[in-house]
Ligand binder design. Structure first.
Ligand code: ADP
Ligand code: ZN
Length: 628
């Protein structure tokens, strides 16, 4: 008999491993989970840094269940987002774990019912926002539980919200140090996907976690394939990418401005995709509705500003695309991390061009921030530009940024198709001389377009009006294509040798340009990659490196049919329970059912993702669907 089925027949498991099997239906812990769970079950404090999709929830849910079963009472989970609480509680409900949330979406009667359950010690997990937890009323309830030995654990999710350095500081998080001060004996577990040193130090200090054990998981997300392409006609490139690689799948497209979000969503929708806009300028109801559709429907492409994403734990987002450069590597990592939480292959795809570099630099320069802060932002942007310009493994650079050494991954654009490079030292010198000559010939500054015309010896109105055909730099770069000149300039700007200023982004030389002018700094550039079309064929030839995990086996025709039938069944259940489909079962679990075609409850219980409660609730129905 499978462990799951025997668990049904006997008493509930009391060990972490037993709970993982029985409740979640998972065969084993991932990475550092086991160690973290053991530490917390034993009553230790911990700070967990784990990338998005790494499996943070289990790190507190398993201890919560184990400790509750040992008579230690409730785990209070601090979480900033209402939508997320709702889905997490829905998922726990499906697993048969008593859980609830307290937030403004409940009416008075509902809230009082939850409070009664809580005070009665029946809840295993209670989710609430920090401002709710810190009210006198809630503190008094916790006090009462504590006196009876029924306050088991505090889990502080999205702990980076306590840091002003982080990207989503929330004032209310600062008050959470009160938990430790009022209930010093209750263990605390803080979790975040944000890894940089500043934020980490802030979390430790502000939440008084100096004594806590620090767990830093690997930041690698081996199933995500990183690709950064030359920006050419970004919307068309995006459409081709989605059509070639992700037709009929869910994804997120990030844009910098609301306007661009609207335009892109409208355009993709006109091209027949199920695309929706999301940004802070939209009405709250519209935003909620769009988010809901993204979570609940198949294959919605959400076109969004960075206002969208935090707390989106949809596991089957197959791609995250950036049409504009994010702010820094942390943001890039956080945003791309929303792809492929289920561990199946997913894409992080970005277009990148000269204007991105110029815009991002300008946004920093023009901001009202302190100089120190600006310097920090510039340094962070530079690191992202270096990643974008890189011709070696993107993952090695990404992980290196977070202080982790690694080997070339085999699953990024540069590993899969080593880019051709050329020695652009001479061209760089010519570009710099071009800018220098403008200055000599009257002191005026010009933008990239005019400079490239002059270098390529193109006779335009502007050239003749200014007499620029007489400059010694006129036509010295006719052998280099316009696109390549843009690359050269972008690299020079990215490296800080050239800066762009003012409304027209006119170019000027930085002090460091001198070394390049003298030929002391070699410049190597990639040959624009977009020239070679890349479609499905190229993809199939290149096996995905999935970090030791075998790529999912494709389903044969009969199994594909069973998979579709299971999905249809799941959609009905999800609708009935008002939950996203993935909370009923993940795609991966349904696919395994379709492939293995179990004929008995016992065999069905052996499939990853089928726990005791789900087996009991749905086993019979699933077997019938599988039997056709
Ligand atoms: P995070 O909060 O760190 O972004 P989640 O807790 O949402 O990640 O977990 C990501 C996905 O991985 C979830 O769908 C979860 O069910 C799954 N998962 C986590 N741990 C395991 C495990 N040990 N075995 C199988 N699946 C797991
Ligand atoms: Zn690589």
């Amino acid at each position: 008999m499978s462990a799951v089925l025997s668990a049904l027949a006997t008493t509930p498991a009391t060990t972490p491993q037993g709970v993982l099997h029985e409740v979640f239906g998972y065969p084993q812990f991932r990475g550092a989970q086991q160690e973290i769970v053991d530490h917390v079950v034993a009553g230790g404090d911990a700070l967990v840094l784990m990338p998005t999709g790494g499996g943070k929830s289990l790190c507190y849910q398993v201890p919560a269940i184990v400790r509750h079963r040992a008579g230690q009472g409730v785990t209070v989970v601090v979480s900033p987002l209402i939508a997320l609480m709702h889905d997490q509680v829905g998922a726990l409900d499906e697993l048969g774990v008593p859980a609830a949330f307290l937030n403004s979406s409940l009416d008075g009667d509902e809230a009082r019912r939850v409070e009664r359950e809580l005070l009665g010690g029946r809840l295993v997990l209670l989710y609430a926002a920090p401002e709710r937890i810190l009210t006198p009323r809630f503190m008094a309830m916790m006090q009462s539980l504590h006196e009876r030995g029924l306050l088991s654990l505090f889990a502080i999710d999205e702990a980076h919200c306590v840091s002003q350095w982080g990207h989503d500081f929330r004032e209310e998080y600062l008050g959470l140090s009160a938990l430790h001060e009022t209930f010093p004996g209750v263990p605390r577990l803080a979790l975040t996907a944000t890894a940089d040193d500043h934020t980490r130090a802030d979390i430790i200090q502000r939440l008084q976690l100096e004594e806590a054990r620090l767990f830093v998981a690997s930041f690698d997300r081996p199933n995500i394939r990183y690709t950064i392409v030359e920006k050419d006609d970004p919307r068309k490139q995006l459409l081709r990418f989605i059509r070639d690689e992700h037709e009929g799948e869910a994804g997120i497209v990030y844009c910098q401005s609301r306007k661009r979000v609207e335009e892109t969503a409208t355009w993709l929708a006109a091209e027949g995709l199920n695309a929706l806009p999301y940004h802070a300028g939209l009405d709250g109801d519209v935003r909620r509705h769009h988010q809901d559709r993204f979570l609940r429907e198949d294959a919605v492409v959400m076109v969004a500003t960075i206002a969208f994403g935090m707390g989106i734990d949809k596991p089957d987002v197959r791609f995250v695309a950036h049409l504009d450069l994010p702010k820094n590597i942390e943001s890039y990592y956080q945003e791309t991390g929303r792809a492929g939480r289920d561990g199946l292959p997913a894409d992080a795809w970005m277009t990148y061009g000269l204007a991105d570099v110029v815009n991002q630099r300008r946004m920093i320069d023009d901001s009202d921030a302190e100089d120190d802060f600006k310097r920090l932002q510039r340094g962070k942007l530079d690191a992202l530009l270096a990643l974008s310009e890189a011709h070696d493994c993107r993952r090695v650079r990404l992980l290196g940024y977070f202080g982790q050494d690694s080997e070339p991954c085999g699953n990024c654009d540069n590993c899969l198709h080593a880019p051709a490079t050329w020695d652009a030292t001479e061209a760089a010198r010519k570009a710099l001389s071009g800018i220098y000559r403008f200055r000599q010939a009257g002191g005026q500054r010009y933008g990239a377009g005019h400079l490239i015309d002059v270098l390529r010896g193109k006779v335009t109105d502007k050239v003749t009006e200014r007499g620029h055909e007489r400059l010694s730099t006129f036509g010295i770069g006719a052998d280099v294509s316009e696109q390549q000149w843009r690359l050269v300039l972008r690299q020079l700007i990215a490296l800080g040798h050239v800066h762009a200023e003012g409304e027209f982004n006119t170019l000027g030389l930085s002090d460091s340009a001198r070394e390049v002018l003298r030929g002391e700094v070699p410049v190597r550039l990639r040959v624009p990659a977009d020239v070679k079309p890349r479609g499905k064929v190229g993809r199939e030839r290149s096996p995905r490196g999935t970090g030791g995990k075998p790529p999912p086996m494709p389903l044969n025709a009969a199994a594909t049919e069973r998979f579709a039938a299971l999905k249809a069944w799941r959609a009905e259940v999800a609708k009935e329970h008002n939950l996203p489909a993935y909370i009923v079962f993940h795609d991966a679990t349904l696919a395994e059912m379709a492939r293995a075609q179990p004929a008995t409850l016992d065999a069905l219980g052996g499939i990853t993702g089928v726990g005791a409660k789900k087996l009991e609730a749905y086993g019979g129905q699933i077997l019938r669907v599988l039997a056709g």
